[in-house]
Design a protein around this ligand. Structure first.
Ligand SMILES: *Cc1c(COP(=O)(O)O)cnc(C)c1O
Length: 357
């Protein structure tokens, strides 16, 4: 390692010394007893199901189940209200507003920039290369003494490709801040996760989510894997009950359903191939970018025209046509067989001179 990573130095000083909110359930973690400590309603809930008790603030049962699935110890796991929460907390823990900086590599996921903006953190953009890979030297050249985080999305949204392992490794070895690898789409690729390298790189943080492959976007749970020291800091600054009781119950059930997740992923991959084939046969399609995710970045001759036409047909895709390096492209999520066929049948009827009224 050429870097001199030191978590204590990277964190904002007041975060290191801060005393967290101590919740009633922090102080007694047993399951049975008479609970008169948290001002809950002892009779139950207004709903059919009872949600009257506060949930486990650290989701111990879920982490026990998740640990063997992800092959990582529970003390390296943080769960957030979507991945968006660890993105926000990592920024807050390390970046002093109006002073510190982070690096992103556009075109990429929008939340890294939003989080920086919310916290008045300066953003340095190092564009991906024209084939959507990391420009390693340019990234290292953009690092300043005030740079705290480098955000890497792999497979990348919206381009769909996995980032080169040697580029990520070089950045990990030469940057003394946090290198966050966002693996929201990891289930759709054969590439191994960076989780297995957490031991090797104390500055590595890996994000994953239950929102995509697991089909649980509605319960809002994201995963963050990092050193036990950093996980302790995230636990200290998170809102005390950030994962709700119904979300925790759904997850406990969902983690028993890994077979169903794998079957759905297999179906999505099959549909991804089928959709690619059908799109390729359309004359209005210029290019379909290779993908390791559950979406396709597709270049059209007239992306704006196609987008407006599809909205008129009540088919909603994501317009990326004005994004640097994605000019003329729409991002299309792989749907069910039926949904994809509806899309293709509509596109077959699209004519550049279609008049939208
Ligand atoms: C969808 C997505 C996420 C997931 O966000 P959640 O807040 O967990 O729903 C994270 N990162 C990227 C790049 C995504 O595309």
């Amino acid at each position: 390692m050429n870097n001199s990573f030191d978590l204590q130095k990277l964190l904002r000083p007041h975060i290191l010394t801060l005393a967290p909110y101590s919740s009633a359930r922090d102080e007694y973690t047993g399951h049975v007893g008479v609970f008169l400590d948290a001002n809950e309603n002892p009779y139950g809930s207004v709903t059919g199901e009872n949600f009257n008790r506060y949930p486990d603030p650290y989701q111990a049962e879920i982490k026990q189940k998740l640990s063997p699935i992800k092959q990582v110890s529970p003390d390296r796991i943080f769960l957030g209200n979507g991945s968006d929460e660890p993105i926000d907390l990592l920024t807050r823990a390390t970046c002093t507003p109006g002073q510190d900086r982070v690096i992103i590599m556009p075109p990429t996921y929008g939340m890294y920039e939003v989080s920086a903006s919310i916290h008045d953190v300066k953003l340095d953009k190092v564009s991906l290369t024209s084939d959507y890979h990391i420009d390693t030297q340019a990234v290292l050249d953009a690092v300043t003494p005030l740079t705290k985080i480098i955000w890497i999305c792999s497979p990348n949204n919206p381009t769909g490709n996995v980032m080169q392992r040697d580029a990520i490794q070089t950045i990990l070895e030469n940057f003394a801040g946090l290198v966050v690898v966002d693996e929201a789409y990891i289930d759709f690729t054969d590439e191994p996760s960076w989780i297995q390298h957490l031991d090797q790189y104390p500055n590595l943080v890996v994000l994953q989510t239950f929102s995509k492959a697991w089909g649980l976007a509605g319960i809002r749970v994201g995963m963050c894997f990092a050193s036990p020291e950093l996980i302790r800091i995230l636990n200290k600054i998170k809102p005390p009950y950030n994962i709700s009781l119904p979300a925790q119950q759904a997850l406990l059930e969902g983690l028993n359903g890994i077979g169903k997740k794998d079957r759905m992923v297999a179906d999505i991959l099959e549909q991804r191939d089928a959709l690619t084939g059908m799109l390729q046969s359309l004359p209005i399609v210029v290019k379909i970018h290779p993908t390791d995710a559950n979406f396709l970045l597709v270049q059209f001759e007239d992306a704006k025209g196609v987008m407006d036409y599809l909205i008129h047909e009540t088919i909603i895709v994501r317009d990326r046509s004005r994004v640097h390096l994605c000019e003329g492209c729409l991002r299309i999520t792989v749907g069910t067989k039926e949904e994809n066929e509806v899309l293709i049948e509509s596109l077959k009827k699209f004519h550049p001179r279609n008049v939208i009224v």
